[in-house]
Design a protein around this ligand. Sequence first.
Ligand SMILES: *Cc1c(COP(=O)(O)O)cnc(C)c1O
Ligand code: SF4
Length: 345
Amino acid sequence: MSAAPQTLQLHSRHSWQEQLQQAIRTPSELSAALGLTLEELPYSAAADDAFPLLVPAAFVARMEKGNAWDPLLRQVLAVPQENLPAEGFSDDPVGETSLYADTPGVIQKYQGRALLVATGQCAVNCRYCFRRSYPYGDNSQSSKERLAAIDTLLADPSIGEVILSGGDPLLLPDASLAAIARRLRGNTRGITLRIHTRLPIVIPDRVTASLIDALMPREQRVVVVVHSNHPREIDHDTARALERLRDGGVTVLNQSVLLKGINDDADVLAELSDQLFAAGAMPYYLHMLDKVAGSAHFEVSELRARQILGQLASKRPGYLVPKLAVEVPGADSKREIAPDYVGGF
Ligand SMILES: *Cc1c(COP(=O)(O)O)cnc(C)c1O
Ligand code: SF4
């Protein structure tokens, strides 16, 4: 009779799709979430117009309240420095727009691997992203086009790995991902499916049992390369999401971008490696910034990058030291930059 009403709603979480839909898109929502006034946020409407502010609340929740210099905030806030012209920074720094092959949405730069731009959309807009000024709207494919592109790729016997990139391919519905994975499994060569995504970091609830079922990592090689830059991005929920992938049979790697004021510090990178490893993910690449217009304030010099990597190598085992890599337009692989080791020799 007098049973207490159910309080289930207190514990229910929004689905990843709802979290995405409710993502923060305005500086006033962002400042309110951080306990800052709008004036305290170094926000630029012009920069926002050029590349819109977009960040899910689950990511904002990991930012330090009241800190306008928070390293997670700085990755997503449109700031006035973006509007300054900078020599050597352009709209297509990696020369990718000219690389769309005959198959729309496919980029094949390197042997054996082909990259499919699965969608132009992301769950978060990272200010340093080299895709910030791409005409990606034109390259989003229908499910049918995507599968046709995969068939074309698989007809080339040199292709052993298909990389879903974007945008963020985990924005695709599970059914679309399942169809892609099935197509690759159907090939007798045993094609590796690789997914480049930031979703498990920014909305950890994206990693559902149904996603793992769709990818079937016990039946084929599946590699998920997540993207995180700072140890505070790996909170409890993120770590559980990475573990779910790993426990499902996925090989989980991380790539970061070396960003001034965010992770240009060997101790910060060491802690990031520790957090990733604890969650079952291995550091893979630490990318030099792609010189996209609007990102010059994030630039770390090669000299400094080599020193940071050398210091990191002195603090951690080799398997926790990512490769410092730079994209060279026209090169046939990413180029690794040698660390400047502590102590000379
Ligand atoms: C980075 C990248 C790849 C993958 O390179 P790996 O060194 O295998 O990780 C493939 N295609 C394109 C276009 C890339 O930019
Ligand atoms: S998630 Fe990746 S592709 Fe999307 S904006 Fe961020 S860096 Fe760019």
